[in-house]
Design a protein around this ligand. Structure first.
Ligand code: SAM
Length: 367
């Protein structure tokens, strides 16, 4: 397969067939090659298989592909829409349903979470064109037979393909009329009595995470100020458990998250419990005004995508000082081995460890 830039369009030659195709998809172009269709081999496999199966498709949806796949896809098909869960990974439709509406071909970068896959597949079944074809692919080491089972609930034909390099595709066609509906999961959380709603890949699903549970206990036992009327932020709000608890305590709360699924989940959790609150799709605290909050609570992210990287969270902890009012407080729970205590001590003058067990540390910072 050769890709060349021609009047801003990518042209595929020696196309996408048989062993020639298999061999060439395996050969990753150097990431610096300006004519490479995508630096990601899974995206290249998806584009190649999608074009082989549905070259005439009019409406094509890319789900969670890297943004460097958009341009080559737009050169292959007339109407291409992309959906990505994280705000910071490229342009996206607001919702999954909007992205797959009427799609004849859907290219899906398989998520690690089966719950996320279930919601994606059910949304495709509810909104794509009846003749829709799905090509789903991932790294072989992240794939499991359960993913085929999930696809088979929505499609009558599911065909796993041979591996191409370290990647593999699943082809699915024949949408079932009895496919599951794309409802988010929900459950009553017993310690708080709150109904939690979880879309797709949201952290902890509709459950209370153990670290978050420690943070909640510490907050309710040791907060020496009533929460009523405080301007509070829940940084990385996920399924909305902390946002909902703060709202129920009378705080003016805003949930912040970089994930569209998390924002939708927190909004749904607030609605399910008839609680007020604002929820914003945003990256960290970057859009928050200086000295605008009395309280920030967070069970912060400990990884970016599949890679564990604490750098973004260290930046958010530093930014918390800017956003808090002079008497404001940061409450944070984290895995005890992470370097967050040291960073928080560099930024705040008073840092107290309010709870700690073998796994988690809860801290309170001010000043
Ligand atoms: C460990 S989870 C906590 C979720 C929820 N607060 C709870 O306690 O169950 C961390 C959350 O941070 C979000 N997140 C990751 N990176 C972020 C960023 N740059 N800005 C805002 N939120 C982010 C994730 O999407 C995830 O929902």
């Amino acid at each position: 397969m050769t890709w060349s830039a021609d009047n801003q369009h990518y042209v595929i030659t020696e196309l996408l067939v048989g062993t020639a195709y298999a061999a060439t998809v395996t050969d990753s172009p150097a990431p610096t090659d300006p004519s490479a269709p995508s630096a990601d081999p899974v995206a290249r496999l998806l584009l190649a298989d999608g074009h082989r199966l549905a070259p005439e498709a009019q409406t094509v949806t890319l789900l969670d592909l890297p943004d460097d796949a958009d341009a080559p896809a737009a050169s292959l098909w007339p109407r291409v829409r992309s959906h990505r869960d994280r705000l910071d990974t490229g342009p996206s439709t607001d919702t999954l349903a909007e992205a797959v509406q009427g799609a004849e071909l859907v290219l899906l970068h398989l998520p690690t979470s089966l719950a996320a896959l279930q919601e994606q597949v059910a949304t495709i079944a509810a909104h794509a064109a009846p003749q829709a074809v799905l090509v789903a692919a991932g790294r072989v080491k992240h794939m499991t037979p359960s993913q085929n089972t999930v696809l088979a609930r929505a499609f009558t034909e599911v065909q796993p393909q041979r591996g191409v390099g370290k990647c593999r595709a699943l082809h699915a066609a024949g949408l079932r009329s009895d496919a599951p509906s794309p409802e988010p999961r929900s459950a009553i959380e017993p310690t708080t009595g709150l109904t939690l709603v979880a879309h797709g890949p949201v952290f902890a699903g509709p459950r209370l995470d153990r670290g978050t549970s420690l943070l909640l206990k510490a907050l309710s036992a040791q907060a020496d100020r009533a929460l009523t009327g405080l301007d509070a932020l829940d940084l990385g709000c996920g399924n909305g458990i902390l946002t909902a608890v703060l709202a129920r305590s009378g705080a003016h709360v805003t949930g912040l998250d970089v994930s569209r699924a998390a924002v939708a989940s927190t909004r749904a959790t607030l609605a399910a419990n008839d609680l007020p609150g604002i929820v914003v799709l945003t990256d960290g605290l970057t859009e928050q005004d200086a000295a605008s909050a009395d309280l920030i609570v967070t069970n912060p992210p400990f990884h970016v995508g599949a890679a564990k990287d604490s750098t973004p969270t260290l930046g958010m902890l530093r930014d918390a000082r800017r956003v808090l009012r002079p008497e404001g407080e940061l409450w944070c729970v984290f895995n005890s081995h992470l370097p967050y205590l040291r960073t928080t001590r560099e930024v705040f003058s008073q840092v107290t460890v309010v709870d700690r067990d073998r796994e988690f540390t809860v801290l309170r910072a001010r000043g």
